[in-house]
Structures are given as structure tokens and as C-alpha cells.
Design a protein around this ligand. Structure first.
Ligand code: 5GP
Length: 219
């Protein structure tokens, strides 16, 4: 008998999971995202597939922006520089890539429905850090909006979260923006046990990986 406790997910299963979740939670109709923020690298492929299913007929493609976040444990090979030391002391997450707010690309957050996408919510550290940092940027942009549009009401900016898998376990961190959960804007395509999940984009032998994924039941 095999000791392999990992869960293998195929590309087709990722695709089906996203399709089913978008329909089940009516993400396109209810939340109507204007902007997708993909947390790299696991959020990249799910983000692109999501866009296919939440695209509204006749509307423009939803913009996908990428951010890079790493748990400091995963990046200790880049030597103990100050950024890593800081991450270790603070949230244990480090930004390796972030949004651009100035030329040539100026990402506007204020007034948008922003969907943050990652492949898995494990300890919730990464998602909680992403929300915290985005909220800081939104607050900055709101200040600028008030300055530039005196007397005008600041349009509401709403954050949502989509993950392929949420591991059912006690989380190390809570989301700093409570409205996400309160308003039902946290969506997991599947809830899983606390086991390691292997995604198809990590596979070396995709045929073998796909074979191992056959045992899964997709929701
Ligand atoms: P968290 O911050 O929620 O603990 O973990 C977030 C990151 O850890 C994920 O974006 C992912 O890169 C990595 N991770 C956590 N659990 C798993 C897993 O079961 N499989 C894979 N492939 N990555 C995981």
C-alpha cells in the first residue's frame, strides 16, 4: 500500500472546480469583479480560468494583475538580507512583486470590486498579508481621491477572495478586512483536509500526475 498522502489535482479538475464554483456562488453576477489580483505563482492559472467563467457577455475582459508573495521560510535561500529579516519579524511574508501605481501602468483600486486569487488557503498567512497590504494602498488612493475631488463621496472598494482549496484547520492568521467574510465574499472551490496538494503546474511527469489525480471526486 502506498504511503502517499498527497492530493493530486489535474488541469481538467482545476478547470471543472473553477467552473462549478463560479456557477455555485454566482461570482460573476453577485460580485462582478472589475479586477483580479493573482497571487503568484499558484494564483496565476486559476485567475486566467476564472476570467473565462466570470466574463460577462459583451463586456471587456477583466484585468488580471499579478503580485508575488512568499512566506519567508520558502525564500531563505536568497540569504538573510534585511527584507527577509523584516518579513520574519513581521508577518513572515515578503513582497517579491507588487502592483504598479505609477506610469506606465497605474492600477486604480478605488471603487473597484477586486478579487484576490490564490490556489490554496493553508494557514491564511499569505491571504491575510495580501489583504492588509491592499487595504493600505486603497486607503492611500482614497486620500488622493478626496484631495482631487473635494466634496465627492469616495466610491466603495470591495475585496473578495477566491481559492481552489481551503484547508480545514485552525488558521494562524485572520483576514484583516472582516467585511470579506461577513459579506460572503470568501469563496473556496473546495474544502479539504490538511494534506499536501500537488497542482498540475508543479508536475514533472504530467501523465503520471494526471493518473494519480483520477481518484479525486470533484465538486
Ligand atoms: P498560507 O500562507 O495560507 O499558509 O499558504 C499559502 C501558500 O503556501 C500557498 O499560496 C502555497 O504556495 C503554499 N502552500 C500551502 N499549502 C500548500 C499545498 O498543500 N500545496 C501546495 N502546492 N502549496 C501549498
Amino acid at each position: 500500500m502506498s504511503n502517499d498522502t498527497k492530493i493530486y489535482i489535474s488541469y481538467n479538475q482545476v478547470h471543472e472546480m473553477i467552473k462549478n464554483a463560479v456557477a455555485r456562488y454566482r461570482i460573476g453576477q453577485e460580485f462582478q469583479p472589475d479586477l483580479i489580483i493573482a497571487i503568484g505563482g499558484g494564483g496565476f492559472i486559476p485567475s486566467r480560468i476564472l476570467r473565462t467563467f466570470i466574463k460577462r457577455q459583451g463586456n471587456k475582459n477583466i484585468l488580471i494583475q499579478a503580485i508575488g508573495l512568499s512566506l519567508y521560510e520558502d525564500i531563505h535561500d536568497i540569504s538573510d538580507n534585511s527584507a527577509v529579516a523584516l518579513a520574519k519579524a513581521a508577518n513572515q511574508v515578503i513582497k517579491t512583486q507588487w502592483l504598479s501605481f505609477g506610469p506606465p501602468v497605474a492600477t486604480t483600486l478605488v471603487g473597484k470590486n477586486i478579487l484576490i486569487v490564490d490556489e490554496v488557503d493553508d494557514t491564511r498567512t499569505t491571504l491575510s498579508y495580501a489583504v492588509q497590504e491592499l487595504r493600505k494602498d486603497i486607503a492611500e488612493q482614497e486620500k488622493k481621491f478626496i484631495k482631487e475631488h473635494p466634496g465627492k463621496k469616495v466610491p466603495e472598494t470591495r475585496l473578495g477572495i477566491f481559492v481552489l482549496h481551503n484547508k480545514k484547520k485552525e488558521k494562524k492568521m485572520q483576514l484583516p478586512d472582516e467585511s470579506i467574510v461577513r459579506a460572503g465574499r470568501y469563496w473556496a472551490a473546495a474544502e479539504t483536509e490538511d494534506r499536501w496538494i500537488v497542482y498540475p503546474w508543479e508536475a514533472i511527469d504530467i501523465e503520471e500526475h494526471t493518473q494519480k489525480s483520477m481518484a479525486n471526486k470533484i465538486v
